[in-house]
Design a protein around this ligand. Structure first.
Ligand code: GDP
Length: 202
């Protein structure tokens, strides 16, 4: 997969620090601890590309990873964008709102956004913050793939019931695709990679 060539590109604290919106990008959003770093790392087939929310530093930033253009590897053909996780309980209220602002502004203003990967813990289901985010995304019409993370924690039948329930719940808001995902047991990785590549290389 060309995603395996992904390289760290830049971190930004503010939207105006991001590079020009010149190539398509796919962003990753979800609650802190949902498994976002693990998902990015497994898709890129690299152990430490994205850092876990428990790691201080880069995680409060927008982290961009470049997918090299095979014909000219020093240029990115697309970006994966790791947005700050939301809903982290121990974060002060005003800091939390700042993050929500960054997230909201990015989703609203970023012209090069070609697709969104929304991560939801399969055992937790759709939380209030997830629903608000989905409502925020829907009018933009940007295609969204929902990964139900840590799917290895449920047996097959319950996993499928969770997919059905979340699909039913979120499809009231907008069209999106929901699949089970596990970085641990490698569930849904090929399907996710294929979708991301299709968004970046239509
Ligand atoms: P982030 O905060 O969303 O970036 O989440 P991380 O990727 O750091 O994962 C948070 C925790 O969930 C870590 O303890 C991971 O080991 C665990 N985790 C992540 N993905 C999976 C998975 O697919 N299955 C299981 N069982 N645990 C996972």
């Amino acid at each position: 997969s060309i995603l395996h060539q992904t390289k760290f590109f830049v971190s930004a604290a503010k939207l105006n620090q991001l590079p020009d919106a010149s190539v398509p990008e796919v962003c990753f959003v979800g609650r802190s601890n949902v498994g976002k770093s693990s998902a990015i790392n497994i898709l890129a087939n690299q152990k430490k590309l994205a850092f876990s929310s428990k790691t201080p530093g880069r995680t409060r930033l927008i982290n961009m990873f470049g997918i090299p253009n095979p014909d000219s590897p020093e240029h990115a053909m697309g970006f994966l964008v790791d947005l700050p996780g939301y809903g982290y309980a121990s974060v002060a209220q005003n800091t939390r709102e700042e993050w929500a602002d960054v997230l909201g502004a990015y989703l609203r203003d970023r012209r090069s956004l070609a697709g969104i990967v929304l991560l939801i813990d399969i055992r937790r289901g759709v939380t209030e913050l997830d629903r608000r985010l989905a409502e925020w995304i829907a009018p933009s019409g940007i295609p969204t793939l929902v990964l139900l993370t840590k799917a290895d924690k449920l047996p097959y039948g319950q996993r499928m019931r969770a997919v059905f329930a979340v699909t039913k719940d979120l499809q009231k808001i907008g069209a999106l695709k929901v699949i089970p995902f596990s970085a641990t047991n490698r569930i849904g990785i090929d399907e996710t990679a294929e979708q991301i590549i299709n968004w970046i290389q239509p």
